[in-house]
Design a protein. Structure first.
Length: 98
């Protein structure tokens, strides 16, 4: 499948990277909590927060993909559109299962 097109998130790339770095810091903090034998519920609370933050990034990327890449493929029509829709559907399924 071709991926040469500019990603839909290009305009938001800096903001996405900033959010991912913040999440990375959260995960390092969780590791530190485990190293310091922090109470389980406190660790789980932070894991939940990091998970929700990653899910938020994923949903934003999915929204950009649908609005940019899939829309472009639909405009082209044919097998390209079918492939992009199937790809997006599989990505949604993976997100729902995670």
């Amino acid at each position: 499948m071709e991926h040469a097109m500019t990603p839909g998130y290009t305009d938001d790339k800096d903001a996405i990277l900033k959010r991912l770095r913040r999440i990375e810091g959260q995960v390092r903090g969780i590791a530190r909590m485990v190293e310091e034998d922090t109470y389980c519920i406190d660790v789980l609370t932070q894991v939940s927060a990091a998970t929700k933050a990653l899910q938020s990034v994923a949903l934003g990327l999915l929204d950009e993909h649908l609005g940019h890449c899939v829309r472009h493929a639909i405009d082209e029509g044919g097998e390209t559109a079918d492939a992009k829709i199937a790809e997006a559907s599989a990505a949604i399924a993976r997100l729902v299962k995670s």
